[in-house]
Ligand binder design. Structure first.
Ligand code: 6GU
Length: 425
């Protein structure tokens, strides 16, 4: 990956020579070039700022040095790159331009992942009150760059340099070969929507002061991997609820959010992308019987790809049910994109060995309780031949809508919501 940084303080980027990022540069994985904006200012004082039109405090960065600097960077595809080695170095290639600033879109792990697949990124570090707005237009229209203003968080830094250090580190560590152990990239805060669990190392009993010992939680030394996984998952939920309740779905963050009777013995959580592989597998296992009952195996849960499941997670609110870490059930709900008064329920599944204990019914109640209070109808769809599902839904108060369902060979069922009992206030 090629990275260009334009700044009036090029020395600020020196830390990018250190540690894993420095090594990635020396290994040729990163081609990082830092440019001094003042090299593109041609007056006697090499000035890069001036007073704002319309008045107000502070100074604004002038358009001309920025335009020249960006044109220089954008036009340098193919220069200095080891032959054929870097896509971003190709002749005619254009960098994606990132302008750090507190007024930008939030920099998240998802954005880091998006940027990590770009062959070439350029960063424009503003200082003072910002860069003359015409520079953004020029970069987009004259240089043909995709321009994104990106913020680290809701606070103000003096300039973009520190933000670039953070963003480059977050992006570069996602590049293949930069971090030795690819697994450490997955088991991490913000990769799957929950904060990381606490970690411990030797000694198992540490004397922090004379006569005071602090022990590692015993479950971690039990050798029981299922118990360890369950403990860690619980720690992640508690940590996230305490420190970052905004990351949890409202129904999960609410203290004592009721989990229906049959579900109480299980861990019910909001699904994250890390759950997708298991959701795909459980769906396959659960829908085989539906395929049989309906004389067709051409049913979405049996044929969809892992990417379909991942995409589904962003379009639906999905819950997982786990027992000692094992995924044993799931359900999802969303507002009907065509009819906002309807709450669609889908992918209700319970592992074959745990069916018949009321888990499906309880999951249905759980997803119904999450319906927004202004929806009036719950909707679900199943195969015409899926007798067992039809019975469960009828018992839960659903009635078949006459005629063909949303998909050939299926039936839609609906149920009026009783506002008083499901209103979340
Ligand atoms: Cl990316 N830049 C500046 N200058 N201030 C910030 C920021 C970025 N993110 C938060 N505050």
């Amino acid at each position: 990956m090629r990275l260009d940084v334009v700044s009036i303080f090029p020395e600020y980027l020196a830390p990018l020579d250190l540690s894993l990022i420095g090594k990635a540069r020396r290994d040729g994985l990163l081609d990082l070039r830092v440019h001094d904006l003042r090299d593109f200012a041609h007056d006697r004082h090499r000035s890069v700022d001036d007073t704002p039109y319309g008045g107000g405090a502070g100074m604004v960065m002038k358009p001309q040095p920025w335009a020249e600097a960006l044109a220089h960077v954008a036009g340098s595809g193919g220069e200095g790159a080891p032959e054929g080695a870097l896509e971003g170095g190709a002749e005619g290639a254009r960098p994606r331009l990132i302008v750090p600033g507190p007024g930008g879109v939030p920099f998240t792990q998802a954005l880091a992942r998006e940027l990590a697949v770009e062959p070439w990124l350029a960063f424009a570090c503003g200082r003072y009150e910002g860069i003359d707005e015409r520079v953004y237009e020029y970069a987009a229209q004259d240089l043909g760059l995709e321009v994104s203003v990106v913020s680290l968080g809701d606070y103000v830094l003096n300039g973009g340099e520190v933000a670039v250090l953070a963003m480059v580190e977050a992006v570069a560590r996602l590049l293949p070969g930069v971090i030795g152990n690819a697994e450490s990239l997955v088991e991490e805060s913000h990769e799957d929507g929950l904060l990381e669990y606490p970690v411990y190392t030797k000694p198992s009993s540490w004397e922090s002061a004379p006569g005071v010992t602090r022990d590692v939680p015993s479950v971690l030394m039990s050798g029981d991997h299922a118990r360890i996984a369950a403990w860690r998952h619980q720690q992640r939920l508690e940590r996230t609820a305490t420190r970052r309740p905004d990351l949890l779905h409202a129904s999960q963050a609410a203290p004592g959010a009721p989990v229906e009777g049959a579900l109480a013995a299980f861990d019910v959580a909001v699904a994250s992308p890390a759950d997708a592989p298991e959701l795909l597998t459980l769906g396959r296992a659960c829908w085989v019987t539906e395929g049989r009952a309906n004389g067709s195996f051409d049913i979405p849960p049996l044929v969809e790809s892992l990417q379909d499941v991942v995409d589904g997670l962003s379009q639906w609110q999905t819950w997982t049910v786990r027992s000692a870490g094992r995924l044993v059930g799931s359900v999802r709900g969303r507002r009907d994109p065509q009819d906002p008064s309807t709450w669609q329920v889908g992918r209700l599944m319970v592992a074959p060995d745990l069916q018949g204990r009321g888990l499906g019914r309880a999951l249905l109640a759980h997803v119904e309780a999450a319906a927004p209070s202004d929806t009036t109808t719950c909707w679900i769809n199943t195969g015409r031949g899926s007798e067992r599902n039809l019975r469960t839904y009828r018992k839960a108060g659903y009635r078949a809508v006459p005629g063909e369902g949303a998909y050939p060979g299926t039936v839609d069922l609906t149920k009026k919501r009783r506002r008083a009992s499901v209103d979340q206030g």
